[in-house]
Design a protein around this ligand. Structure first.
Ligand code: PRP
Length: 183
């Protein structure tokens, strides 16, 4: 841990660093290779979930050694609370026609699984050739998931996590590491 990072942790409401920037860089590189190896011929479209997935997606696409396209979907269920509202609002719906294509939903974290269940439902109706999920973090709490992520960066602890795209009340998204929030 660098001095800069440890000072940021001491002086803020962050508790501890759960995954540091170098660990993330290495794992994202591996995930990019896994994804490149997994997909057969055909068009691949990565659909990144905003806002939380923006940093993971930006790093991941640079590590996928095969042609692919990129689009975004914006969904929100947490607002400024630490608890999911249980209702997922679709704020932006991608314009890409995904029919007959391999679609990979790229999510920052699977917590209750509510967001992904909603999106899996939405995308299945669009007749993709295949539909898979890549989650940077997975808390393994979700029950009754419509589709388990095929690619997972890390299993995550049952804490409120911020950084690397994840926020608390829109703060901390810029941190290059994943940290837990103090209780
Ligand atoms: C967060 C996070 C995931 C989702 C996971 O998004 O970024 O997308 O919640 O939680 P779930 O598995 O319980 O549904 P949020 O709704 O806070 O929106 P954001 O991505 O804009 O931060």
């Amino acid at each position: 841990m660098t001095a800069r990072v440890s000072r940021a942790v001491r002086e803020s409401v962050l508790d501890e660093i759960v995954f540091d920037a170098e660990t993330i860089r290495q794992r994202v590189g591996e995930l990019g290779q896994e994804i490149g190896d997994y997909y057969p011929e055909g068009e691949l479209v990565l659909v990144g979930l905003l806002k939380g997935g923006f940093m993971f997606l930006a790093d991941l696409v640079r590590c996928i050694p095969r042609r692919h396209k990129l689009d975004f979907v914006a969904a929100a269920s947490y607002g400024s609370s630490k608890e999911s509202s249980g209702r997922v609002r679709l704020l932006y719906d991608p314009e890409t026609d995904v029919a007959g294509k391999h679609v990979l939903l790229v999510e920052d974290i699977v917590d209750s699984g509510t967001t992904l269940n909603r999106l899996v439902h939405v995308f299945r109706e669009r007749a993709p050739e295949s539909l898979e999920i890549c989650a940077f973090l997975h808390k393994r709490l979700a029950r009754g998931s419509m589709l388990e992520p095929r690619f997972v960066g890390f299993d995550a602890p049952e804490k409120f996590l911020v950084g690397y795209g994840l926020d608390y009340a829109e703060e901390f998204r810029h941190l290059p590491y994943i940290a837990s929030l103090k209780e």
